[in-house]
Every structure is written in structure tokens, then in C-alpha cells.
Design a protein around this ligand. Structure first.
Ligand SMILES: *Cc1c(COP(=O)(O)O)cnc(C)c1O
Length: 395
């Protein structure tokens, strides 16, 4: 099997699993308990919080554990909306956010909030000047993702943070794809809230966090016990939290090496596809791009068919975001970059890890060449095109 879907989820690293195991078997006490079996868990949570805070340039009391990235996004946006509703009800976000952000904004729209969904350019970049121009006196929150999960484009977060700060508006970023892949410093970037999730960086599923700047007044997400400084009640997921921190340590330690390796593999794969398969285009920005992201549209074919045929040959990839596969709607991200519906349908996302090899990618390119040709041979659109080529698709 060749796994090229690391933006959907990653393999839990062996050292992460090893760090977690004692918290299932021996150190299972409730962290709120007085006896040492409990306090050992509490201590581990404290250490994990410090590790993760340090990786972000934050303070430990600014890290709140959640059940994942989706929960953190929901919390950040709903809490900001609730706590700032006295000032106004306008939110600025983008058309390419993850559904965890978009659907939360749509929920708020039904409750009287107004949301501006910023356009992006052909590479998926948000224009900070357009963002600035959309600010109104009643704007209470700006939420722009750090890097996109489908096309890998890295947004101008520093510029956006500066604009938000200058206008005194809360700034949230969904950094689920970026955290652990590229350096992030919440102070330097003027980020007020940041979402992250362990399973995107070789940690376990079901654990994530929201960074909340200490002076931001954000209401509690879940009411009950005093866990997470009274903001997110419920007995902590101790193994998950410990695993998250182990994954963050690993990611910090490996970031440079892993990034270098993935960029090299990424550019090799993109280069071979662009040279050897006609009528395709790269989606997302060529350089301002996550190290492991490859997203290509193949004209005249259906991404779903491509995925199924790749799967039969043992290759795991995606045709957009994992959350939308299974539905026939074209990706909202690709449409926002200006692709036509049929171009968006013919897209393939391959997200690499440092464990992939050039040999694997050579094998995948071989499969792709065959499959794309076979699907095109069955396509009436392609037949028409071959008879009278109208437009040059490669750019
Ligand atoms: C995966 C992902 C999420 C959701 O995170 P979960 O931990 O799976 O809930 C949110 N935003 C982005 C950009 C993602 O890639």
C-alpha cells in the first residue's frame, strides 16, 4: 500500500503510541483525584500543556484541550460571536475554510450574524487589502486558516494578524494543517485564537486544542467540572493529551528535516506529472505551499473514478477534502480558486509524509499515466477535444 492521504489523517508515530500506553494501563487515575495515581495524570497533562505552548510561543495557561480541530473551530467562532455580540455581529472569513469553520459561520448567520466570505485568487491566497477593506465598525472576528487542507496554500497570516491587531478585532486561525509542518509563533503573528489537532501530525485521533490569548474573554464551551480552567469540563483524555504532546515534540524535532524531504518529494511528483501527463494543472500556490501537498486537476476525467482505480492498485489518495468525498459536490475550495465544475471534479490530492519514497512516487506516476489515459479514452469530452483541440490547458 502507498499512503498519500496525510492531510486526511496520519499514522500514529510509534514513539507517540509508546508515550500513551502507560496512561491506559498503569496511570489510569482520574487527574482530579487527590491520590498519586490521579496526580500523576495531572502532572502529565501539565507537562503536555507546556510542551505544546512552547511549540507555539504561547503560555501554558493559554492552551485548552478539545476533542479535535472541529471542536476547537466551533468553540473559537461561537465563543467570539457570543462574547463580542455587544460590539457587533459581523464576522470575516474566507471561501476556502474547512467546513468546521464554514458551517459554524452559516449556523451563526441563521442567528442574526453577518458573515463576509472573502474571495481568494487563482492560487488560493487571501488578499490582506481586501480583508482590510471588508472591516466594518461592527466586525468582531476574523477567521482565516493558516494553510489550506486541499490545495496546501499557506495564507499571509502575519499581514492578517497585523491588520486585526491594528483594528482591535479578534483573530482566529485554523492551523490544523500547518501546526507541526511549518513554524508558528502566536505572539509574533498576532494570533488571538488557534485551532490544532493531534491526528494531523502523527498523534492520536480525538484530541486537539484551542489556543486562547490570555486577555481574550472567551466563554466556556462545556459546563461541568473545573477541567481546562473551567472552560471545557469533563474528565481529561489523558492518553490523548500525552500523545498529542509527544507528537508535537516529534514534529518540532523533525520539522526541518521532514519539511526538506517532503518538499523534495512534492516537487519531484509535481514535476513528473506536469511533464508526463498532458492537460493537467497544479492547484494551489507553487511555493507558498505545505511541504507535502500535491493537488492536480486532470482535464476530461472524474476524480472519483481516478481514486477508485488508484485504490485497486493500493494507492490511498483523495479527490478533495475527506469530508466531502462521498458527496458529488465539487470542492468549494477549488471552485473558489476559479476552477470550473468539471475541472474541480477531475482533481486529485496526494499528501505526502517523510516516510514516502521516490520509488513509491515513481510507481504512482506509472499508475496515473495509465489510469488517466484509460479514463480519457472512455470520455466523450476527450474524444471531442482530440478531434478539435480548442484550448491549451497547461499553464
Ligand atoms: C482535519 C481538519 C480539521 C478537523 O480536525 P479534526 O480533528 O479532524 O476534527 C479542521 N480544519 C482543517 C484545516 C483540517 O484539515
Amino acid at each position: 500500500m502507498i499512503y498519500l492521504d496525510n492531510a486526511a489523517t496520519t499514522r500514529t508515530a510509534p514513539e507517540v503510541l509508546e508515550a500513551m500506553l502507560p496512561y491506559f494501563t498503569e496511570i489510569y487515575g482520574n487527574p482530579s483525584a487527590i491520590y498519586s495515581l490521579g496526580s500523576a495524570g495531572k502532572k502529565a497533562i501539565g507537562e503536555a500543556r507546556r510542551t505544546i505552548a512552547a511549540a507555539l510561543g504561547a503560555r501554558q495557561e493559554e492552551i485548552y484541550f478539545t476533542a479535535g480541530g472541529t471542536e476547537a473551530d466551533n468553540w473559537a467562532i461561537k465563543a467570539a460571536a457570543e462574547s463580542c455580540s455587544g460590539k457587533g455581529k459581523h464576522i470575516i472569513t474566507t471561501k476556502i475554510e474547512h467546513h468546521a469553520v464554514l458551517h459554524t459561520c452559516e449556523y451563526l448567520e441563521k442567528r442574526g450574524y453577518r458573515v463576509t466570505y472573502l474571495d481568494v485568487d487563482g492560487d488560493g491566497l487571501v488578499d490582506p487589502q481586501a480583508l482590510k477593506a471588508s472591516i466594518r465598525p461592527d466586525t468582531i472576528l476574523i477567521s482565516v486558516m493558516f494553510a489550506n487542507n486541499e490545495i496546501g496554500t499557506i495564507e499571509p497570516i502575519r499581514e492578517i494578524g497585523a491588520i486585526a491587531r491594528e483594528h482591535g478585532i479578534l483573530f482566529h486561525t485554523d492551523a490544523v494543517q500547518a501546526f507541526g509542518q511549518i513554524p508558528i509563533h502566536v505572539e509574533e503573528l498576532n494570533i488571538d485564537m488557534l485551532s490544532a489537532s493531534a491526528h494531523k501530525l502523527n498523534g492520536p485521533k480525538g484530541i486537539g486544542m484551542l489556543y486562547i490569548r490570555s486577555n481574550a474573554k472567551i466563554p466556556s464551551l462545556i459546563h461541568g467540572g473545573a477541567q481546562e480552567r473551567n472552560k471545557r469540563a469533563g474528565t481529561e483524555n489523558v492518553p490523548g493529551i500525552v500523545g498529542f504532546a509527544a507528537a508535537v515534540s516529534r514534529a518540532q524535532r523533525m520539522m526541518e528535516e521532514k519539511g526538506r524531504k517532503e518538499r523534495e518529494l512534492r516537487d519531484y511528483l509535481i514535476g513528473r506529472i506536469e511533464r508526463e501527463i498532458p492537460y493537467c494543472r497544479l492547484n494551489g500556490h507553487r511555493d507558498k505551499r505545505l511541504p507535502g501537498n500535491v493537488n492536480i486537476s486532470f482535464q476530461f476525467i472524474e476524480g472519483e473514478s481516478l481514486l477508485i482505480m488508484l485504490d485497486m492498485r493500493g494507492v490511498c489518495a483523495s479527490s478533495g477534502s475527506a469530508c466531502t468525498s462521498g458527496s458529488l459536490d465539487p470542492s468549494h475550495v477549488l471552485l473558489a480558486t476559479g476552477l470550473r465544475h468539471e475541472e474541480a471534479h477531475g482533481s486529485l490530492r496526494m499528501t505526502l509524509s517523510e516516510e514516502n519514497t521516490k520509488e513509491e512516487l515513481d510507481e504512482v506516476v506509472g499508475h496515473l499515466k495509465e489510469i488517466v489515459q484509460r479514463l480519457r479514452d472512455m470520455s466523450p469530452l476527450y474524444e471531442d477535444f482530440v478531434k478539435s483541440p480548442k484550448e491549451q490547458y497547461n499553464r
